[in-house]
Design a protein around this ligand. Structure first.
Ligand SMILES: [Zn+2]
Length: 603
Protein backbone atom coordinates (compact mmCIF):
# COMPACT_ATOMS: atom_id res chain seq x y z
CA UNK A 1 0.00 0.00 0.00
CA UNK A 2 1.23 3.42 -0.89
CA UNK A 3 0.27 6.15 1.57
CA UNK A 4 -1.62 9.07 0.02
CA UNK A 5 0.56 12.13 -0.52
CA UNK A 6 0.51 14.50 2.44
CA UNK A 7 -2.13 17.20 2.02
CA UNK A 8 -0.54 20.49 1.06
CA UNK A 9 -1.63 23.89 2.24
CA UNK A 10 -2.22 26.61 -0.35
CA UNK A 11 1.19 28.20 0.28
CA UNK A 12 2.92 24.81 0.12
CA UNK A 13 1.11 24.01 -3.12
CA UNK A 14 2.13 27.38 -4.58
CA UNK A 15 5.76 26.97 -3.48
CA UNK A 16 5.80 23.59 -5.20
CA UNK A 17 3.81 24.09 -8.39
CA UNK A 18 2.84 27.69 -9.07
CA UNK A 19 4.71 29.51 -11.84
CA UNK A 20 4.54 33.29 -12.29
CA UNK A 21 4.15 34.22 -15.95
CA UNK A 22 6.47 36.63 -17.69
CA UNK A 23 3.65 38.90 -18.91
CA UNK A 24 2.19 39.35 -15.41
CA UNK A 25 5.17 39.35 -13.10
CA UNK A 26 8.39 41.29 -12.82
CA UNK A 27 9.79 38.17 -11.19
CA UNK A 28 8.62 35.31 -13.47
CA UNK A 29 9.29 31.69 -12.62
CA UNK A 30 8.72 29.68 -9.48
CA UNK A 31 6.42 31.27 -6.89
CA UNK A 32 8.03 31.81 -3.50
CA UNK A 33 5.77 32.65 -0.56
CA UNK A 34 8.89 33.72 1.32
CA UNK A 35 9.16 36.75 -0.98
CA UNK A 36 6.26 38.33 0.96
CA UNK A 37 5.91 36.16 4.08
CA UNK A 38 2.67 37.81 5.25
CA UNK A 39 0.92 35.98 2.38
CA UNK A 40 1.49 32.54 3.91
CA UNK A 41 -1.01 32.70 6.74
CA UNK A 42 -3.61 34.52 4.66
CA UNK A 43 -3.61 31.72 2.09
CA UNK A 44 -3.28 28.86 4.56
CA UNK A 45 -6.10 30.10 6.77
CA UNK A 46 -8.41 28.91 3.97
CA UNK A 47 -7.13 25.38 4.68
CA UNK A 48 -8.24 25.65 8.32
CA UNK A 49 -11.48 23.63 8.67
CA UNK A 50 -12.72 26.09 11.31
CA UNK A 51 -12.52 29.00 8.89
CA UNK A 52 -15.21 29.75 6.34
CA UNK A 53 -14.35 33.32 5.37
CA UNK A 54 -11.02 35.10 4.92
CA UNK A 55 -10.95 38.88 4.53
CA UNK A 56 -8.00 40.95 3.33
CA UNK A 57 -8.19 44.74 3.65
CA UNK A 58 -4.98 46.24 2.34
CA UNK A 59 -3.17 48.75 0.21
CA UNK A 60 -2.54 47.93 -3.42
CA UNK A 61 0.69 46.21 -4.51
CA UNK A 62 0.93 43.74 -1.65
CA UNK A 63 0.22 40.70 -3.86
CA UNK A 64 -3.55 40.41 -3.30
CA UNK A 65 -4.24 39.12 -6.81
CA UNK A 66 -1.68 36.37 -6.46
CA UNK A 67 -3.34 35.22 -3.24
CA UNK A 68 -6.55 34.83 -5.27
CA UNK A 69 -4.74 33.14 -8.14
CA UNK A 70 -2.95 30.67 -5.88
CA UNK A 71 -6.24 29.83 -4.20
CA UNK A 72 -7.84 29.16 -7.58
CA UNK A 73 -4.88 27.00 -8.67
CA UNK A 74 -4.86 25.06 -5.42
CA UNK A 75 -8.53 24.14 -5.58
CA UNK A 76 -8.41 23.22 -9.28
CA UNK A 77 -5.45 20.94 -8.65
CA UNK A 78 -6.02 19.39 -5.23
CA UNK A 79 -9.59 19.86 -4.06
CA UNK A 80 -11.74 20.57 -7.11
CA UNK A 81 -15.28 21.93 -6.92
CA UNK A 82 -17.36 24.79 -8.26
CA UNK A 83 -15.46 28.11 -7.93
CA UNK A 84 -16.76 31.63 -8.58
CA UNK A 85 -14.48 34.64 -8.89
CA UNK A 86 -16.14 38.07 -8.87
CA UNK A 87 -14.58 41.35 -10.00
CA UNK A 88 -16.27 44.79 -9.92
CA UNK A 89 -17.49 44.68 -13.52
CA UNK A 90 -17.79 42.28 -16.43
CA UNK A 91 -15.09 44.23 -18.30
CA UNK A 92 -12.68 43.95 -15.39
CA UNK A 93 -13.29 40.24 -14.93
CA UNK A 94 -12.82 39.53 -18.65
CA UNK A 95 -9.55 41.41 -18.58
CA UNK A 96 -8.49 39.62 -15.40
CA UNK A 97 -9.30 36.25 -16.96
CA UNK A 98 -7.23 37.00 -20.06
CA UNK A 99 -4.29 38.70 -18.40
CA UNK A 100 -3.95 36.81 -15.10
CA UNK A 101 -5.87 33.53 -15.12
CA UNK A 102 -5.01 32.33 -18.65
CA UNK A 103 -1.21 32.75 -18.22
CA UNK A 104 -1.34 30.97 -14.84
CA UNK A 105 -3.26 28.04 -16.32
CA UNK A 106 -0.77 27.89 -19.21
CA UNK A 107 2.46 28.15 -17.22
CA UNK A 108 1.60 26.12 -14.12
CA UNK A 109 2.02 22.57 -15.36
CA UNK A 110 -0.40 20.79 -13.03
CA UNK A 111 -3.11 23.25 -14.08
CA UNK A 112 -2.34 23.13 -17.80
CA UNK A 113 -2.98 19.38 -17.67
CA UNK A 114 -6.41 19.88 -16.14
CA UNK A 115 -7.87 22.94 -17.86
CA UNK A 116 -8.11 22.77 -21.62
CA UNK A 117 -6.92 25.83 -23.49
CA UNK A 118 -9.79 28.11 -24.45
CA UNK A 119 -8.12 28.53 -27.86
CA UNK A 120 -8.86 24.88 -28.62
CA UNK A 121 -12.49 25.96 -28.96
CA UNK A 122 -13.49 23.50 -26.30
CA UNK A 123 -17.09 24.59 -25.62
CA UNK A 124 -16.47 24.10 -21.91
CA UNK A 125 -13.81 26.77 -21.76
CA UNK A 126 -14.54 30.39 -22.50
CA UNK A 127 -13.16 33.62 -21.11
CA UNK A 128 -15.59 33.53 -18.19
CA UNK A 129 -15.78 29.76 -17.67
CA UNK A 130 -13.01 27.21 -17.21
CA UNK A 131 -14.01 23.59 -16.70
CA UNK A 132 -11.72 20.99 -15.11
CA UNK A 133 -12.19 17.47 -13.72
CA UNK A 134 -14.46 17.72 -10.67
CA UNK A 135 -15.46 21.37 -11.03
CA UNK A 136 -15.38 24.68 -12.85
CA UNK A 137 -14.15 28.22 -12.42
CA UNK A 138 -16.87 30.75 -13.27
CA UNK A 139 -15.98 34.43 -13.43
CA UNK A 140 -18.53 37.24 -13.08
CA UNK A 141 -18.86 41.01 -12.82
CA UNK A 142 -20.58 42.43 -9.73
CA UNK A 143 -22.56 44.71 -12.06
CA UNK A 144 -24.21 41.80 -13.82
CA UNK A 145 -26.58 39.43 -11.99
CA UNK A 146 -26.28 36.84 -14.78
CA UNK A 147 -22.79 35.84 -13.70
CA UNK A 148 -23.65 35.73 -10.00
CA UNK A 149 -26.89 33.82 -9.63
CA UNK A 150 -27.03 30.42 -11.23
CA UNK A 151 -25.30 27.25 -10.03
CA UNK A 152 -24.21 26.45 -6.44
CA UNK A 153 -20.66 27.47 -5.57
CA UNK A 154 -18.25 26.03 -2.99
CA UNK A 155 -15.32 28.45 -3.35
CA UNK A 156 -16.23 32.14 -3.63
CA UNK A 157 -13.49 34.69 -4.38
CA UNK A 158 -14.50 38.37 -4.39
CA UNK A 159 -11.84 40.86 -5.49
CA UNK A 160 -11.96 44.66 -4.99
CA UNK A 161 -15.31 44.45 -3.21
CA UNK A 162 -15.27 48.17 -2.35
CA UNK A 163 -15.67 48.89 -6.07
CA UNK A 164 -18.84 46.81 -6.40
CA UNK A 165 -22.07 48.61 -7.24
CA UNK A 166 -24.77 48.64 -4.55
CA UNK A 167 -26.89 46.44 -6.74
CA UNK A 168 -26.15 43.87 -9.43
CA UNK A 169 -28.56 45.13 -12.08
CA UNK A 170 -31.89 45.13 -10.22
CA UNK A 171 -31.08 41.99 -8.23
CA UNK A 172 -29.70 43.67 -5.11
CA UNK A 173 -26.38 43.43 -3.26
CA UNK A 174 -23.96 41.46 -5.47
CA UNK A 175 -22.10 40.00 -2.47
CA UNK A 176 -25.29 38.75 -0.85
CA UNK A 177 -26.28 37.32 -4.22
CA UNK A 178 -22.98 35.46 -4.59
CA UNK A 179 -22.87 34.31 -0.95
CA UNK A 180 -26.36 32.83 -1.29
CA UNK A 181 -24.99 30.39 -3.84
CA UNK A 182 -22.58 28.85 -1.32
CA UNK A 183 -25.10 27.81 1.35
CA UNK A 184 -25.61 24.26 0.10
CA UNK A 185 -21.93 23.41 0.77
CA UNK A 186 -20.96 22.63 4.36
CA UNK A 187 -17.28 23.03 3.38
CA UNK A 188 -17.68 26.35 1.58
CA UNK A 189 -14.83 28.90 1.55
CA UNK A 190 -15.00 32.62 0.86
CA UNK A 191 -12.15 35.02 0.23
CA UNK A 192 -12.91 38.77 0.19
CA UNK A 193 -10.15 41.12 -0.84
CA UNK A 194 -10.04 44.88 -1.41
CA UNK A 195 -8.38 48.20 -0.89
CA UNK A 196 -10.79 50.17 1.30
CA UNK A 197 -12.72 53.31 0.34
CA UNK A 198 -14.83 55.65 2.47
CA UNK A 199 -15.40 54.93 6.13
CA UNK A 200 -18.93 53.73 6.77
CA UNK A 201 -19.49 52.73 3.14
CA UNK A 202 -16.52 50.37 2.89
CA UNK A 203 -17.69 46.76 2.55
CA UNK A 204 -14.21 45.39 3.14
CA UNK A 205 -13.97 47.29 6.42
CA UNK A 206 -17.33 45.91 7.56
CA UNK A 207 -16.16 42.39 6.68
CA UNK A 208 -12.81 43.04 8.36
CA UNK A 209 -14.57 44.04 11.57
CA UNK A 210 -16.51 40.77 11.73
CA UNK A 211 -13.22 38.83 11.67
CA UNK A 212 -10.11 38.36 13.77
CA UNK A 213 -8.68 41.79 12.74
CA UNK A 214 -5.08 40.71 12.36
CA UNK A 215 -2.28 43.16 11.63
CA UNK A 216 1.15 42.24 10.31
CA UNK A 217 3.40 43.27 13.20
CA UNK A 218 7.17 43.55 12.87
CA UNK A 219 9.51 42.86 15.78
CA UNK A 220 11.49 45.86 17.04
CA UNK A 221 15.24 45.06 16.77
CA UNK A 222 15.84 46.85 20.06
CA UNK A 223 13.05 46.01 22.49
CA UNK A 224 11.38 43.07 20.74
CA UNK A 225 7.88 44.63 20.79
CA UNK A 226 5.66 43.87 17.79
CA UNK A 227 4.02 46.74 15.93
CA UNK A 228 2.42 47.29 12.54
CA UNK A 229 4.43 49.81 10.49
CA UNK A 230 2.17 52.85 10.17
CA UNK A 231 2.70 56.37 8.88
CA UNK A 232 2.51 58.05 12.29
CA UNK A 233 5.64 56.15 13.41
CA UNK A 234 7.62 57.13 10.32
CA UNK A 235 10.18 59.93 10.54
CA UNK A 236 11.91 61.41 7.50
CA UNK A 237 14.21 64.16 6.22
CA UNK A 238 13.22 65.91 3.04
CA UNK A 239 13.82 68.97 0.89
CA UNK A 240 11.27 70.90 -1.12
CA UNK A 241 12.25 72.43 -4.46
CA UNK A 242 10.02 74.81 -6.34
CA UNK A 243 9.68 73.85 -9.98
CA UNK A 244 7.40 76.51 -11.40
CA UNK A 245 3.92 75.98 -10.06
CA UNK A 246 4.61 72.57 -8.59
CA UNK A 247 6.81 71.38 -5.79
CA UNK A 248 9.38 68.64 -6.06
CA UNK A 249 10.00 66.67 -2.91
CA UNK A 250 13.33 65.05 -2.32
CA UNK A 251 13.21 62.49 0.45
CA UNK A 252 16.53 61.64 2.09
CA UNK A 253 16.49 59.39 5.13
CA UNK A 254 13.47 57.55 6.46
CA UNK A 255 13.19 55.74 9.77
CA UNK A 256 10.61 53.79 11.68
CA UNK A 257 10.41 54.94 15.27
CA UNK A 258 9.44 52.15 17.62
CA UNK A 259 6.45 53.38 19.68
CA UNK A 260 7.62 51.22 22.61
CA UNK A 261 11.30 52.15 22.95
CA UNK A 262 11.58 55.20 20.58
CA UNK A 263 14.64 53.78 18.81
CA UNK A 264 14.91 54.48 15.05
CA UNK A 265 15.48 51.86 12.34
CA UNK A 266 15.70 52.07 8.57
CA UNK A 267 13.68 50.23 5.94
CA UNK A 268 16.41 47.71 5.16
CA UNK A 269 16.54 46.61 8.79
CA UNK A 270 12.80 46.53 9.33
CA UNK A 271 12.05 44.56 6.16
CA UNK A 272 14.37 41.80 7.40
CA UNK A 273 12.97 41.59 10.93
CA UNK A 274 10.79 38.69 12.07
CA UNK A 275 7.10 39.52 11.84
CA UNK A 276 3.78 37.90 12.68
CA UNK A 277 0.03 38.41 12.47
CA UNK A 278 -1.38 39.82 15.71
CA UNK A 279 -5.15 39.60 16.23
CA UNK A 280 -7.17 42.38 17.85
CA UNK A 281 -10.35 40.30 17.88
CA UNK A 282 -9.34 36.63 18.37
CA UNK A 283 -12.85 35.63 19.49
CA UNK A 284 -14.00 35.96 15.85
CA UNK A 285 -12.52 32.53 15.17
CA UNK A 286 -15.84 31.38 16.60
CA UNK A 287 -17.56 33.24 13.75
CA UNK A 288 -15.31 31.27 11.36
CA UNK A 289 -13.86 34.51 9.98
CA UNK A 290 -10.21 35.52 9.84
CA UNK A 291 -9.51 39.05 8.68
CA UNK A 292 -6.16 40.60 7.82
CA UNK A 293 -4.99 44.19 7.35
CA UNK A 294 -1.73 45.35 5.85
CA UNK A 295 -0.31 48.40 4.12
CA UNK A 296 2.39 49.24 1.60
CA UNK A 297 5.11 49.68 4.27
CA UNK A 298 5.55 45.91 4.48
CA UNK A 299 5.28 45.25 0.74
CA UNK A 300 8.49 44.06 -0.94
CA UNK A 301 7.25 45.83 -4.09
CA UNK A 302 6.92 49.31 -2.57
CA UNK A 303 9.79 51.32 -1.11
CA UNK A 304 9.36 53.63 1.88
CA UNK A 305 10.87 56.42 -0.18
CA UNK A 306 8.14 56.00 -2.78
CA UNK A 307 5.46 56.00 -0.05
CA UNK A 308 6.76 59.18 1.59
CA UNK A 309 7.12 60.94 -1.76
CA UNK A 310 3.52 60.05 -2.57
CA UNK A 311 2.50 61.26 0.89
CA UNK A 312 4.21 64.63 0.40
CA UNK A 313 2.81 65.05 -3.10
CA UNK A 314 -0.77 64.28 -2.08
CA UNK A 315 -1.14 65.68 1.42
CA UNK A 316 -2.32 69.13 0.39
CA UNK A 317 -4.87 67.94 -2.13
CA UNK A 318 -7.79 66.23 -0.37
CA UNK A 319 -8.76 64.14 -3.43
CA UNK A 320 -5.21 62.87 -4.02
CA UNK A 321 -4.72 62.35 -0.31
CA UNK A 322 -7.87 60.22 -0.10
CA UNK A 323 -6.46 57.96 -2.84
CA UNK A 324 -3.14 57.78 -0.97
CA UNK A 325 -4.88 56.82 2.30
CA UNK A 326 -6.93 54.10 0.57
CA UNK A 327 -4.38 52.58 -1.79
CA UNK A 328 -1.05 53.08 0.01
CA UNK A 329 -1.97 53.17 3.69
CA UNK A 330 -4.78 50.63 3.14
CA UNK A 331 -7.06 52.66 5.39
CA UNK A 332 -10.60 53.93 4.99
CA UNK A 333 -11.07 57.64 4.41
CA UNK A 334 -13.16 59.81 6.68
CA UNK A 335 -14.62 62.94 5.12
CA UNK A 336 -15.84 64.20 8.42
CA UNK A 337 -15.11 67.74 9.44
CA UNK A 338 -15.04 66.77 13.10
CA UNK A 339 -11.95 64.68 12.34
CA UNK A 340 -10.27 68.04 12.50
CA UNK A 341 -10.01 69.36 15.97
CA UNK A 342 -10.89 72.92 16.89
CA UNK A 343 -7.44 73.14 18.44
CA UNK A 344 -5.83 72.48 15.07
CA UNK A 345 -7.67 75.44 13.55
CA UNK A 346 -7.15 77.66 16.58
CA UNK A 347 -3.43 76.94 16.31
CA UNK A 348 -3.33 78.49 12.85
CA UNK A 349 -4.71 81.85 14.03
CA UNK A 350 -2.54 84.71 12.79
CA UNK A 351 -2.27 88.44 13.35
CA UNK A 352 -3.23 90.41 10.26
CA UNK A 353 -1.40 93.75 9.93
CA UNK A 354 -4.65 95.53 9.01
CA UNK A 355 -8.34 94.72 8.32
CA UNK A 356 -7.15 92.94 5.21
CA UNK A 357 -3.88 91.03 4.85
CA UNK A 358 -2.06 91.02 1.52
CA UNK A 359 -3.37 88.31 -0.76
CA UNK A 360 -7.03 89.20 -0.33
CA UNK A 361 -8.50 90.26 -3.68
CA UNK A 362 -12.22 90.00 -3.05
CA UNK A 363 -14.65 90.13 -0.14
CA UNK A 364 -17.93 88.24 0.15
CA UNK A 365 -20.33 87.82 3.03
CA UNK A 366 -22.66 85.11 4.29
CA UNK A 367 -25.53 85.82 6.66
CA UNK A 368 -27.37 83.16 8.63
CA UNK A 369 -30.83 84.19 9.81
CA UNK A 370 -32.18 83.12 13.20
CA UNK A 371 -35.41 84.23 14.88
CA UNK A 372 -33.56 86.55 17.26
CA UNK A 373 -30.40 87.49 15.39
CA UNK A 374 -28.24 87.45 12.28
CA UNK A 375 -24.85 85.77 12.30
CA UNK A 376 -22.55 86.94 9.55
CA UNK A 377 -19.09 86.35 8.22
CA UNK A 378 -16.99 88.49 5.91
CA UNK A 379 -14.55 86.33 3.96
CA UNK A 380 -11.57 87.45 1.89
CA UNK A 381 -10.63 85.45 -1.21
CA UNK A 382 -7.35 85.30 -3.09
CA UNK A 383 -5.65 83.38 -5.85
CA UNK A 384 -6.55 79.68 -6.10
CA UNK A 385 -9.36 80.31 -3.61
CA UNK A 386 -7.03 80.84 -0.68
CA UNK A 387 -9.30 82.40 1.95
CA UNK A 388 -9.04 84.73 4.94
CA UNK A 389 -11.66 84.99 7.65
CA UNK A 390 -12.07 88.77 8.09
CA UNK A 391 -14.84 89.15 10.64
CA UNK A 392 -17.46 86.98 12.30
CA UNK A 393 -20.25 88.41 14.37
CA UNK A 394 -23.86 88.43 15.49
CA UNK A 395 -26.43 91.20 15.22
CA UNK A 396 -28.97 90.73 17.98
CA UNK A 397 -32.59 91.57 17.18
CA UNK A 398 -35.49 90.23 15.17
CA UNK A 399 -34.88 90.05 11.43
CA UNK A 400 -38.04 92.11 10.72
CA UNK A 401 -36.83 94.92 12.96
CA UNK A 402 -35.65 97.93 10.95
CA UNK A 403 -32.79 98.63 13.38
CA UNK A 404 -31.49 95.06 13.06
CA UNK A 405 -31.60 95.33 9.30
CA UNK A 406 -29.89 98.73 9.38
CA UNK A 407 -27.04 97.29 11.44
CA UNK A 408 -26.65 94.49 8.91
CA UNK A 409 -26.69 97.04 6.11
CA UNK A 410 -23.97 99.07 7.88
CA UNK A 411 -21.69 96.07 8.19
CA UNK A 412 -22.16 95.15 4.54
CA UNK A 413 -21.40 98.75 3.52
CA UNK A 414 -18.14 99.03 5.42
CA UNK A 415 -14.81 99.55 3.71
CA UNK A 416 -12.19 97.05 4.90
CA UNK A 417 -8.65 98.36 4.50
CA UNK A 418 -5.21 97.00 3.70
CA UNK A 419 -2.13 98.20 5.52
CA UNK A 420 -1.39 100.65 2.68
CA UNK A 421 -4.80 102.29 3.05
CA UNK A 422 -6.45 100.77 -0.01
CA UNK A 423 -9.78 99.19 0.73
CA UNK A 424 -12.39 96.72 -0.41
CA UNK A 425 -16.10 96.49 0.15
CA UNK A 426 -18.13 93.30 0.25
CA UNK A 427 -18.77 92.45 -3.41
CA UNK A 428 -21.57 89.97 -2.92
CA UNK A 429 -23.66 88.79 0.05
CA UNK A 430 -25.90 85.75 0.46
CA UNK A 431 -28.60 86.10 3.13
CA UNK A 432 -30.45 83.03 4.39
CA UNK A 433 -34.18 83.43 3.79
CA UNK A 434 -35.29 80.19 5.44
CA UNK A 435 -37.14 80.29 8.76
CA UNK A 436 -39.91 82.62 9.97
CA UNK A 437 -38.89 85.88 8.31
CA UNK A 438 -38.69 84.92 4.66
CA UNK A 439 -40.66 87.83 3.25
CA UNK A 440 -38.74 90.36 5.41
CA UNK A 441 -35.47 89.00 4.05
CA UNK A 442 -36.83 89.08 0.50
CA UNK A 443 -37.78 92.75 0.94
CA UNK A 444 -34.34 93.60 2.31
CA UNK A 445 -32.38 91.85 -0.42
CA UNK A 446 -34.72 93.06 -3.20
CA UNK A 447 -33.99 96.62 -2.11
CA UNK A 448 -30.24 95.88 -2.13
CA UNK A 449 -29.89 93.74 -5.23
CA UNK A 450 -27.84 96.46 -6.91
CA UNK A 451 -25.21 95.80 -4.20
CA UNK A 452 -25.36 92.10 -5.01
CA UNK A 453 -27.12 91.25 -1.78
CA UNK A 454 -29.19 88.16 -2.56
CA UNK A 455 -31.58 85.91 -0.72
CA UNK A 456 -30.66 82.25 -0.65
CA UNK A 457 -32.54 79.10 0.10
CA UNK A 458 -30.55 76.03 1.11
CA UNK A 459 -31.37 72.64 -0.36
CA UNK A 460 -29.83 69.56 1.29
CA UNK A 461 -28.92 66.27 -0.36
CA UNK A 462 -26.08 64.92 -2.48
CA UNK A 463 -25.39 65.83 -6.07
CA UNK A 464 -26.78 69.39 -6.05
CA UNK A 465 -24.18 72.01 -7.03
CA UNK A 466 -23.64 74.82 -4.54
CA UNK A 467 -25.09 77.51 -6.80
CA UNK A 468 -27.91 75.40 -8.17
CA UNK A 469 -30.34 77.86 -9.77
CA UNK A 470 -32.00 81.25 -9.38
CA UNK A 471 -35.63 82.14 -8.90
CA UNK A 472 -37.82 85.22 -8.61
CA UNK A 473 -40.90 83.18 -8.00
CA UNK A 474 -42.04 85.00 -4.85
CA UNK A 475 -44.36 87.82 -3.90
CA UNK A 476 -41.52 90.31 -3.49
CA UNK A 477 -39.98 89.29 -6.85
CA UNK A 478 -36.69 89.08 -4.97
CA UNK A 479 -33.81 87.23 -6.60
CA UNK A 480 -33.30 83.98 -4.67
CA UNK A 481 -30.34 81.67 -5.24
CA UNK A 482 -31.10 78.01 -4.52
CA UNK A 483 -27.96 76.52 -2.94
CA UNK A 484 -26.89 72.88 -2.83
CA UNK A 485 -25.58 73.33 0.69
CA UNK A 486 -24.06 69.84 0.95
CA UNK A 487 -21.75 70.60 -1.96
CA UNK A 488 -20.58 73.77 -0.19
CA UNK A 489 -19.96 71.94 3.09
CA UNK A 490 -17.81 69.36 1.31
CA UNK A 491 -15.77 72.17 -0.27
CA UNK A 492 -15.32 73.92 3.07
CA UNK A 493 -14.19 70.79 4.90
CA UNK A 494 -11.84 69.78 2.14
CA UNK A 495 -10.31 73.29 2.15
CA UNK A 496 -9.92 73.20 5.95
CA UNK A 497 -7.83 70.06 5.52
CA UNK A 498 -5.22 71.94 3.50
CA UNK A 499 -2.30 72.40 5.87
CA UNK A 500 -0.04 74.89 4.13
CA UNK A 501 -0.84 78.48 3.11
CA UNK A 502 -1.48 78.53 -0.64
CA UNK A 503 -4.28 77.17 -2.81
CA UNK A 504 -7.56 76.68 -0.85
CA UNK A 505 -5.88 77.24 2.54
CA UNK A 506 -8.13 78.93 5.12
CA UNK A 507 -6.59 81.69 7.26
CA UNK A 508 -8.15 82.89 10.50
CA UNK A 509 -7.37 86.10 12.39
CA UNK A 510 -6.76 86.71 16.03
CA UNK A 511 -9.97 88.00 17.63
CA UNK A 512 -12.75 89.47 15.40
CA UNK A 513 -15.16 86.75 16.53
CA UNK A 514 -12.94 83.78 15.70
CA UNK A 515 -13.00 82.15 19.09
CA UNK A 516 -13.41 78.61 20.36
CA UNK A 517 -17.18 78.73 19.78
CA UNK A 518 -16.68 79.86 16.21
CA UNK A 519 -14.47 76.87 15.41
CA UNK A 520 -16.87 74.53 17.20
CA UNK A 521 -19.62 75.84 14.95
CA UNK A 522 -17.48 75.57 11.82
CA UNK A 523 -16.76 71.90 12.62
CA UNK A 524 -20.29 71.12 13.80
CA UNK A 525 -21.31 68.74 11.03
CA UNK A 526 -20.13 65.49 9.54
CA UNK A 527 -20.85 63.44 6.46
CA UNK A 528 -22.69 60.24 7.31
CA UNK A 529 -23.86 57.35 5.12
CA UNK A 530 -27.61 56.89 5.05
CA UNK A 531 -29.37 54.14 3.14
CA UNK A 532 -32.19 55.37 0.94
CA UNK A 533 -34.07 52.85 -1.21
CA UNK A 534 -31.20 50.42 -0.69
CA UNK A 535 -28.59 52.88 -1.94
CA UNK A 536 -26.04 54.40 0.41
CA UNK A 537 -25.93 58.17 0.17
CA UNK A 538 -23.80 60.61 2.09
CA UNK A 539 -25.58 63.43 3.88
CA UNK A 540 -24.34 66.15 6.21
CA UNK A 541 -25.63 65.98 9.74
CA UNK A 542 -24.87 67.83 12.94
CA UNK A 543 -22.39 66.05 15.20
CA UNK A 544 -24.94 66.34 18.01
CA UNK A 545 -28.45 67.73 18.12
CA UNK A 546 -27.28 70.53 20.41
CA UNK A 547 -24.45 71.64 18.09
CA UNK A 548 -24.67 75.18 16.71
CA UNK A 549 -23.91 75.29 13.03
CA UNK A 550 -24.39 78.99 12.19
CA UNK A 551 -20.66 79.50 11.61
CA UNK A 552 -20.62 76.70 9.03
CA UNK A 553 -23.75 78.04 7.33
CA UNK A 554 -22.40 81.60 7.20
CA UNK A 555 -19.13 80.39 5.66
CA UNK A 556 -21.12 78.29 3.19
CA UNK A 557 -23.17 81.33 2.08
CA UNK A 558 -20.03 83.46 1.75
CA UNK A 559 -18.57 80.68 -0.40
CA UNK A 560 -21.74 80.68 -2.53
CA UNK A 561 -21.37 84.45 -2.97
CA UNK A 562 -17.86 83.86 -4.32
CA UNK A 563 -19.18 81.16 -6.67
CA UNK A 564 -21.88 83.55 -7.89
CA UNK A 565 -19.22 86.16 -8.70
CA UNK A 566 -16.86 83.59 -10.28
CA UNK A 567 -13.93 85.98 -9.76
CA UNK A 568 -11.08 86.46 -12.18
CA UNK A 569 -8.27 86.86 -9.64
CA UNK A 570 -5.78 88.09 -12.23
CA UNK A 571 -8.06 90.96 -13.16
CA UNK A 572 -8.83 91.74 -9.52
CA UNK A 573 -5.14 91.85 -8.68
CA UNK A 574 -4.32 94.11 -11.63
CA UNK A 575 -7.12 96.34 -10.54
CA UNK A 576 -5.99 96.50 -6.92
CA UNK A 577 -2.59 97.56 -8.20
CA UNK A 578 -4.39 100.20 -10.23
CA UNK A 579 -3.12 98.88 -13.57
CA UNK A 580 -6.32 98.26 -15.49
CA UNK A 581 -10.01 98.45 -14.88
CA UNK A 582 -11.77 95.15 -14.51
CA UNK A 583 -14.78 93.84 -12.81
CA UNK A 584 -16.09 90.60 -11.47
CA UNK A 585 -18.95 89.26 -13.48
CA UNK A 586 -21.65 86.89 -12.34
CA UNK A 587 -21.06 83.27 -13.27
CA UNK A 588 -24.49 82.83 -14.78
CA UNK A 589 -26.86 85.36 -16.27
CA UNK A 590 -28.98 85.45 -13.22
CA UNK A 591 -31.72 87.52 -14.80
CA UNK A 592 -31.65 88.51 -18.40
CA UNK A 593 -34.05 91.42 -17.94
CA UNK A 594 -32.49 92.80 -14.81
CA UNK A 595 -28.77 92.13 -14.84
CA UNK A 596 -27.02 92.87 -11.58
CA UNK A 597 -25.53 96.30 -11.65
CA UNK A 598 -21.79 96.00 -12.01
CA UNK A 599 -20.23 98.21 -9.48
CA UNK A 600 -16.71 98.71 -8.43
CA UNK A 601 -15.79 96.96 -5.21
CA UNK A 602 -12.64 99.01 -4.73
CA UNK A 603 -12.60 102.33 -2.98
ZN1 LIG B 1 11.38 48.98 20.32
Amino acid sequence: MVAPPPKLTISEWADKYRKLSKETSAEPGQWRTERAPYQREIMDSLNDPRIEKVVVMSSSQVGKSEIINNTIGYYIDTDPGPILMVQPTVDVVEDYSKRRIAPMLRDTEVLAEKVADSKTRDVNNTILMKVFPGGFLAMGGANSPAGLASRPIRILLCDEVDRYPNSAGSEGDPIALAEKRTITFWNRKKLFVSTPTRKGASRIELEYETGTQEKWCVECPNCGAHHPIVLRDIRFDHEIHDAGSRKIYQVHDIWWRCPSCFEHFDEYTMKRQPAKWVSENPIAIENHVRSFWLNAFVSPWYSWKQIIREFLESKNDPELFRVFVNTVLGETWEDRGEQMKEEALISRIENYPADLPDGVLLLTAGVDTQDDRFEYEIVGWGRDHESWGIEYGAIIGKPDDSQTLQQLDDILSRVYRFEDGKGLKVACTCVDSGGHYTSDIYKFTKKNEHRRILSIKGQGGPGIPLVHRYSRNNKEKALVAILGVDDGKSSIYSALKVQEPGPKYCHFPNGRGYDHFYFQGLLSEKLVPRKKNGVTQYVWEKISSSARNEALDARNYALAAREILNPNYDALEQRLKGVVQASVSPKKRVDAKKPLVKRSNIW
